[in-house]
Design a protein around this ligand. Sequence first.
Ligand code: AMP
Length: 431
Amino acid sequence: MSFETFKFTAEINKAISEVGYKKPTEIQEKSIPQIIKKKDILASAQTGTGKTAAFVLPILELLIKDNNKVKGPRVLIVSPTRELASQITDSIKKYARFIRINSVTVTGGISYTLQNKLLSKPVDILIATPGRLLDLFKQKKIKFNDTKIMVLDEADKMLDMGFIPDIRKIFNATSKQQQMLMFSATLDNSVSKIASEFLKNPITISVKPEIKGHINIDQSLYFVDNQFHKQQLLKHFLSNKNLKQAIIFTATKRQADKLTDDLYHADFRIAALHGDMSQGSRSKTINRFKKNQIKVLIATDLASRGIDVKDITHVFNYDMPRFSEDYIHRIGRTGRANKKGYAISFVSSSDKEYLRKIERFTKIKIVSKVVTGMEPTKSPENKTENDKKNKSFFKKSKKKFKNKLNAKKRMKRNLNKKKSIQSRDVRSAIE
Ligand code: AMP
């Protein structure tokens, strides 16, 4: 299939050819015709599948065709994180280059004065995070009377982050007549439940998780003894000449800061990115990373979605993610635009359970490797084997012990029986 099939307006086709897309991705093939037909959509597609263009391109087409001069917003796009909101904003700018469209982004961390100024003009597309959107609605800075399309992006994440009550309030403030598009990495029961609340007879679209199509990401894992061992391995990989840019994921904000300090003297252009930083410094850091002024970003899962930098050659799971979905999102930061990427995970013995869940979820066995001279003293993998051996040894010993005990009991019982027969015989002899 080619983009021609969608019969987009010339300005949109021009933007598509400028960004260099040759043909639509699977999610685009399936979603675009339905969105143009103004159907509600429930789509399961992860980041990296081209899902942003799958809804932005047909939305732009519908906006051109229905060019009403209203206060707006004519389209409302709700994203769980500021980073994803800014990613969507960038995509809209890219695809709407040749169209006069006013898109405004409202997220936490941006000054209210600036946002109020932007909202004072007619708005075509409003991209927002739930908390700030609700705030502005309560302050009567935004109305949804003109909203014809509402997009809920990464609905599963919105559920995880507890945003559904806010979304419900926003939805209730709309006419409820608008076309609803919902995208989610997974379509489990809880996502289906909120879909049935917000969507009208949706067309369900599902595309394979990106991980299976991501043959260009080389996934490997290294078992580690302790933090020192992790850092040794990390420094080894960071000195690799093929590493252009990298994201290192840590479990906590403190760990991200600490590792940034530890690596600061290691001569890498490095920066931390996490939720404790002001929105201004978060955006600045991401922009510097995009311009390759920062080589290595040390981040929490805040950066696992939405960051689209083509030169990220390596993703490190310095700490393993607790949720399998986050693993997919994290490693999806590399191997973008068909480039080769490397996803390297450091696994300690306490991470074994998470690893097992990730492997079950992705249906991929991640190859375990070692760096010569930096082998773990005790491989958790071997430990598992040993554990198994020990377990079966104890099981066998327990059985042996039980058998012995039973044999002793039997002997005692027989002896007592014999004694009682003997004493009976003696008694009867006396009597
Ligand atoms: P997304 O899933 O929206 O995060 O998009 C992932 C990446 O795919 C982005 O870098 C897009 O620029 C790129 N992309 C989107 N659509 C296409 C397409 N049809 N062909 C090639 N790359 C695409």
